[in-house]
Design a binder for this molecule. Structure first.
Ligand code: FEO
Ligand code: CA
Ligand code: CA
Length: 677
C-alpha cells in the first residue's frame, strides 16, 4: 500500500483513541516552568523555533544518537550483522499478522476461549458475565510467564485485559460512548466488566514444540472488576479518603480495571498496572458544555488533575460505586499497581498504594546492586511523569519478607535536566513542598494525589511515558509514545519535538549502575518517525531500512540475551505512517546503536502488546489488542469505522460469523531454537 493513498482521519477510532482525545486535563502547572526556557536561553529562541534543537542540541549534549540519513535498501544490514539475527520483515498493513521468515506465529488464546474446566464454549451471540468470567478476557495487553518446571515446558501465562470495544464486541450495538450509552443494559455492562481485568492460564509445550492451553489447570483463574476482592495496603490503606459505604475500613476493594502494561517480580508475582481508571467513573452532573460539573465535589481539584470522571463507560449507571455523585471515594481506590500471586488461586490480590496513584502504564521490576527491588513506572498522559519505586528491604528467599517490599519503600519522580543529568525526586511527606500547608497532610495524601505532589516537586512533563524497561546493569529504556499538544515553546531536551506524532525513546543510566540511585544520566536512543522526511525530525541509525523505522513506541522488553524489543501503538494515527503496529529489535550498543528491524506486525487496527520472552529465549508471547478497530478509515478500500457486523478484519478466525478477537500469539522458531540468535 502506498502511504500517500492513505487517508488520515483523526475522527476514526475506538475507545483507546477516545481516551486519548479526552486526555485534555487542565494544564499541568509545571508547564509554566518548562526547561525549554533554559534550553532556549542557551541555544537561542530562533533555533528552537526553527526546530533544529532536536538535532543540534541533543547531539551536542549527548553525542551518540545518529542523525537521519538517506535510507539504505532493506537489505543493508544482513541478518548476521548486529545482535538480531533474522531477516527483516517487509512493512505493510493488511488483514492479518506477519512474522519474519523462519518463525511461526500461532494463535494461543483468543477473547472468549474457555480457560477453566467448567467454562462454556464461546458463544459470541449469547454472551454473559457468568460465561465471560470463565473465558479469556478482552483486549489482552501485558503478558508475563511463570515457569512451572525446570525445563520451562509448563508455565502460567499472566495476561492483562485492558478495556473493551463495545462496537465490535456485541452484535447490533455500535459505538455507545458517542450515543450516551443508549444501548447499554446492566447485562452488557456486567459482561464488559467481566471481560476486563486479567487471566492466569496454564500452558504447556508439547513434543512438537507447540504451546497449548491446559484447560483444567488448577491455577487458571479470571480476575475482574466485577468479582475479584482485593486488599489495599501501604501508607494510604484505611485513610478516610479510601473509605466507602461498602468498605468503611478503606482496605478492601472489588476489582481492578484498565490494566495496561505490567511486570513480574523476582519472586514470581504479577503486577497489573491500572491505567485509564478515570474513564470508568460517571457523574450525572454536567455543565453547559457537557463536561462534568465538579462544583460540589470536595476533591474537585484532584479530580480535574486526573481527568475524572471520564464517562467513557456506562458502569456508573448500574453500579453506584462508579458514580462519583454517590460514592466519590471509590475513585481514589483505582489508579494503583495490583500484585497477584498467579501460583496461588486463593491468594487475594493486593493494591499497593506505596507505588503511587496515577495512570500507571507498566510496572517493570529489577533488583538494584544493593539488592533492593526497583519498579519503573510511567504515567501515560501528555505532560505527565516518569516514576520509579525503590523498596526499603532487599529481595530474598523469604516470601514473607518479599511480600513487604511493595509496601515499604520510596516513590520517586524524574527530572530530566538539559545537561543530560537525571534526578529522582522523592515523594515523601514533610520533605520539600509536600507539607500540610500545601495540601498534603500525610503520606496517604502524597500517594493518593501523586500527580499533584510530583507537580509540586518540579518533575519534567514528558511526551506520554508508556512502558519503561530496566536492565540489570543500571540501564533503563523509557518509551515516550507521542504528544501532539506540545508546542514549540514547550520543547525541552528530553522532549525535543513540538507536536510530536511519533515519540521517542530515552535511555537512562543510573549512577554507578545502581537502579536504586537517586541520580543518573539520560540520552535519547531514537526519535521515531520516517527518517526520509526532514520535517519529521526523526533520528535512527543510518543503516535503518524503510521497514525498520516506526512510530509511537509503547511496550518493550528485554530478551534473555539482554536485547531490547519495542512494540508500537500508533492508535488511530497509523495512517500517518501507513504501517501497522509491530515488534522491532532496537540496537542499544555499538556502531548499530539506534538501528531497528521489523520482526512481527499486527493485523489492521490492532496495537501490539506483550512482548514477553521465556527465560530460554525460545518462545515469544505477543498480545494483539483491538484488531480491526483503530484508524480503519485510513484503510484503503475499507474507509469506515468497524462494527461487529462490518469489521475491517475478522482476524484471527476469519469466520463470517465472528468479529475480530484480541488474541495472544506465540512465536517460535521453525525447527526449534532461540529467537533471533
Ligand atoms: Fe494502555 Fe498507555 O497504553
Ligand atoms: Ca500501552
Ligand atoms: Ca515491558
Amino acid at each position: 500500500m502506498d502511504r500517500k493513498q492513505i487517508i488520515n482521519d483523526p475522527q476514526t477510532g475506538n475507545k483507546g483513541e477516545a481516551f486519548e482525545a479526552y486526555d485534555d486535563i487542565p494544564a499541568n502547572p509545571n508547564l509554566q516552568r518548562t526547561i525549554g526556557d533554559v534550553i532556549a536561553a542557551r541555544y537561542g529562541r530562533r533555533e528552537l523555533l526553527k526546530g533544529i534543537l532536536g538535532v543540534s542540541a541533543t547531539t551536542a549534549l549527548f553525542g551518540a544518537t545518529a542523525l537521519s540519513a538517506p535510507r539504505p535498501s532493506a537489505a543493508a544490514v544482513s541478518p548476521e550483522q548486529g545482535r538480531y539475527n533474522f531477516a527483516e520483515l517487509q512493512w505493510g498493513n493488511d488483514e492479518t499478522h506477519h512474522v519474519a521468515d523462519g518463525y511461526d506465529a500461532d494463535i494461543l488464546l483468543r477473547w472468549g476461549d474457555p480457560i477453566t474446566a467448567d467454562a462454556p464454549e464461546f458463544d459470541v451471540m449469547n454472551q454473559s458475565a457468568e460465561a465471560q468470567l470463565k473465558q479469556f478476557g478482552y483486549n489482552n495487553d501485558y503478558v508475563g510467564f511463570v515457569p512451572l518446571n525446570e525445563e520451562g515446558s509448563r508455565g502460567l501465562l499472566c495476561v492483562n485485559h485492558e478495556y473493551t470495544n463495545e462496537e465490535v464486541m456485541f452484535p447490533g450495538l455500535g459505538r455507545q460512548d458517542r450515543a450516551d450509552f443508549a444501548g447499554m443494559t446492566r447485562e452488557l455492562v456486567d459482561t464488559e466488566m467481566a471481560a476486563h481485568g486479567g487471566s492466569v492460564v496454564e500452558i504447556a509445550r508439547g513434543n512438537d514444540g507447540k504451546w497449548q492451553v491446559v484447560r483444567d489447570g488448577k491455577m487458571n483463574r479470571r480476575i475482574s472488576p466485577l468479582h475479584t476482592e482485593m486488599t489495599i495496603d501501604g501508607p494510604a490503606a484505611g485513610h478516610p479518603r479510601m473509605q466507602t459505604s461498602a468498605d468503611p475500613t478503606g482496605t478492601r476493594v472489588i476489582g481492578t480495571l484498565n490494566n495496561c502494561a505490567g511486570g513480574m517480580t523476582p519472586w514470581g508475582t504479577w503486577l497489573m498496572a491500572e491505567e485509564n481508571f478515570h474513564g470508568y467513573f460517571w457523574t450525572d452532573k454536567l455543565d453547559e458544555d457537557g463536561k462534568p460539573d465538579l462544583s460540589e465535589q470536595p476533591e474537585a481539584e484532584q479530580m480535574k488533575r486526573y481527568g475524572a470522571p471520564g464517562r467513557w463507560y456506562a458502569w456508573g449507571k448500574y453500579h453506584d460505586r462508579f458514580n462519583i455523585d454517590k460514592e466519590p471515594n471509590e475513585l481514589n481506590r483505582f489508579g494503583w499497581v495490583v500484585e497477584v500471586d498467579p501460583r496461588n488461586p486463593d491468594a487475594t490480590p493486593v493494591k499497593h498504594t506505596a507505588l503511587g496513584r496515577f495512570r500507571h502504564e507498566g510496572a517493570e521490576t529489577t533488583v538494584s546492586s544493593s539488592g533492593r527491588l526497583v519498579v519503573y513506572m510511567g504515567d501515560d498522559a501528555r505532560f505527565d511523569y516518569q516514576y520509579k519505586y525503590v523498596s526499603d528491604g532487599v529481595v530474598s528467599e523469604d516470601p514473607a519478607a518479599n511480600a513487604r517490599l511493595l509496601s515499604e519503600g520510596t516513590l520517586y519522580v524524574a527530572r530530566f535536566d538539559e545537561d543530560g543529568s537525571l534526578t529522582w525526586l522523592p515523594l515523601v511527606h514533610g520533605e520539600g513542598p509536600l507539607t500540610a500547608e500545601n495540601g498534603f497532610a500525610s503520606q496517604a495524601d502524597v500517594l493518593i494525589d501523586t500527580r499533584l505532589a510530583a507537580d509540586a516537586l518540579g518533575a519534567t512533563p514528558m511526551d506520554r511515558p508508556e512502558d519503561a524497561q530496566p536492565r540489570g546493569d543500571g540501564t533503563a529504556y523509557v518509551m515516550l509514545t507521542n504528544n501532539t499538544r506540545r508546542e514549540a515553546d514547550q520543547v525541552d531536551a528530553a522532549n525535543p519535538r513540538a507536536e510530536s506524532s511519533f515519540g521517542h525513546i530515552i535511555e537512562i543510566k543510573e549512577a554507578g549502575g545502581d537502579h536504586a540511585a537517586t541520580h543518573g544520566h539520560w540520552s535519547i536512543l531514537v526519535k521515531c518517525g520516517d527518517p526520509a522526511l526532514a520535517e519529521v525530525g526523526a533520528e535512527w541509525n543510518p543503516e535503518t531500512s524503510e521497514n525498520g523505522w516506526f512510530g509511537s513506541p509503547d511496550n518493550c522488553a528485554f530478551d534473555a540475551e539482554g536485547r531490547l524489543w519495542v512494540s508500537t501503538d500508533q492508535g488511530s494515527g497509523w495512517g500517518k505512517t501507513g504501517k501497522s503496529d509491530g515488534l522491532y529489535g532496537v540496537e542499544t550498543e555499538g556502531e548499530l546503536r539506534g538501528h531497528s528491524k521489523l520482526f512481527f506486525r499486527c493485523p489492521v487496527g490492532g496495537e501490539l502488546c506483550g512482548p514477553y520472552f521465556t527465560p530460554d529465549n525460545e518462545t515469544l508471547f505477543l498480545a494483539v489488542q483491538h484488531p480491526g478497530t483503530d484508524g480503519t478509515k485510513a484503510l484503503k478500500g475499507f474507509e469506515r469505522a468497524s462494527t461487529f457486523e462490518d469489521p475491517a478484519t475478522r482476524w484471527p478466525d476469519f469466520d463470517p460469523k465472528m468479529p475480530p478477537r484480541p488474541s495472544v500469539v506465540v512465536v517460535t522458531r521453525q525447527g526449534g531454537g532461540k529467537i533471533a540468535v
